[in-house]
Design a binder for this molecule. Structure first.
Ligand code: HEM
Length: 370
């Protein structure tokens, strides 16, 4: 089913946005965005300073190791992987928190992507953006048009990949020409490229969260995952040139992950560090389109080690439902309206595609099947 022919009027609702996000090359049984993904298991170990900043259970030194489930994904809602196409990638992490005397084990999610900033400050703005950026026929721009774009300081279109007939890029770029808030995110997305590995990309949770420590001190923060293997991205203008054993390069990300985890058995596991940037007075605390200044205190909150691919990809990946609002004591939402809107949107999206109950559905922790 295609997006509606005219932009839906505000206010945006979870249903109206999901209707726009689904692409005709997607699949209603999959997610409307980040449709292709692979899940892995591992564990998170907090750094020695993490507890000073946040009282959340997984930042405490005891027991000191917390199981984690991670889903890596391609940003598009297309049901085919197209791993070598320039696109945003996602990393959704579910931490298992230990049982306590007062209650059973619980979970908390951290959802991140390779863009530093988002496209919109409010759900209504995002609805307009998503409608403008709905996939449209995509053809090669002639060299004169590219030159004209550059002279006008607008982004020239990259050439389509072999087999690429529709794309959100043209609509997104046109939207950003007249909407300042979308400019940073769209410019970043236009040149983002494809990572050589899901384990060689940095992922950002984008929104501001409020963390509280055991003394009750509150701080506005933004979280990012940094790969210990280093960031390495393909040039978005030069499609992946795979080795013969990697086929046509369309599906190398999952193959590479499987291969790397198999060959790391008995050695060091691939790791990410969790960085937490602390905001200061005047920083945009409710606006995910605006970067914070570079000189900010950054705390290394811990290390995530990736051990193995999940054994049941259907239950532990495809039918799983992450939610950016699944937080735990010590981490709270900021006043960011996009972050708040995502809670009900992900819940509805999970219901529509028959996912295992969202943590907000009232299901018991065991039903969530992390
Ligand atoms: C108004 C803003 C947004 C809307 C409406 C939206 C919508 C959605 C929807 C409907 C899904 C599928 C959920 C499911 O079926 O389980 C999804 C998945 C996802 N979104 Fe968003 N999103 C928004 C903003 C963001 C932002 C700011 C980020 C980055 C931090 C992000 C990263 C992701 C990732 C990584 C996934 C895949 C999660 C998984 O692996 O299950 N989204 N989004």
């Amino acid at each position: 089913m295609d997006a509606p022919d005219t932009p839906p009027p505000p206010p945006a609702t979870p249903q109206s946005i999901i209707d726009i996000l689904y692409r005709k090359d997607g699949d209603r049984a999959l997610r409307p965005v980040h449709a292709v993904g692979i899940a892995v298991r591992g564990y998170f170990e907090p750094s020695s300073v993490a507890a000073r900043y946040c009282r959340a259970a997984h930042f405490q030194p005891s027991p000191g190791r917390y199981p984690a489930l991670v889903r890596f994904s391609n940003g598009s809602g297309c049901k085919d992987p197209h791993d070598n196409w320039s696109d945003v990638r996602g990393m959704a992490t579910r931490f298992t928190l230990p049982e306590t005397e007062s209650g059973p084990k619980t979970y908390t999610d951290l959802i991140a992507m390779t863009l530093n900033e988002f496209f919109s400050k409010t759900p209504d703005d995002f609805q307009q953006f998503a409608w403008a950026a709905r996939p449209a026929p995509y053809t090669r721009e002639n060299p004169w048009r590219k030159l004209l774009d550059m002279l006008r300081l607008t982004l020239p279109l990259r050439n389509p990949y072999p087999g690429e007939t529709i794309s959100p890029d043209l609509g997104a770029i046109e939207f950003a020409t007249t909407n300042d808030a979308a400019k940073v995110g769209v410019a970043e997305a236009a040149g983002i490229g494809a990572p050589v590995s899901y384990l060689r990309a940095a992922y950002h949770a984008v929104h501001t969260f409020i963390v509280t420590n055991s003394d009750g001190v509150q701080r506005p923060v933004r979280f990012s995952w940094q790969p210990v293997l280093g960031v390495r991205t393909l040039d978005p203008r030069a499609p992946y040139d795979p080795k013969p054993e990697q086929g046509n390069g369309d599906e190398y990300l999952q193959d590479e992950l499987r291969h790397r985890l198999l060959t790391s058995i008995g050695k060091d596991h691939p790791r990410f560090t969790l960085m937490m940037t602390i905001g200061e007075a005047g920083d945009a605390l409710d606006d995910p389109t605006r970067p914070w200044p570079p000189r900010r205190v950054r705390i290394m909150m811990g290390t995530l080690s990736i051990e193995e691919i999940v054994t049941d990809p259907d239950a532990e990946c495809e039918r799983l439902c992450f939610n950016p609002g699944l937080l735990t004591a010590g981490i709270a939402m900021s006043a960011d309206k996009v972050l708040q809107f995502r809670v009900e949107t992900y819940k509805l999206s999970g219901e529509l595609r028959g996912a295992i109950p969202c943590p907000f559905s009232g299901a018991s922790p065991d039903d969530i099947r992390p």
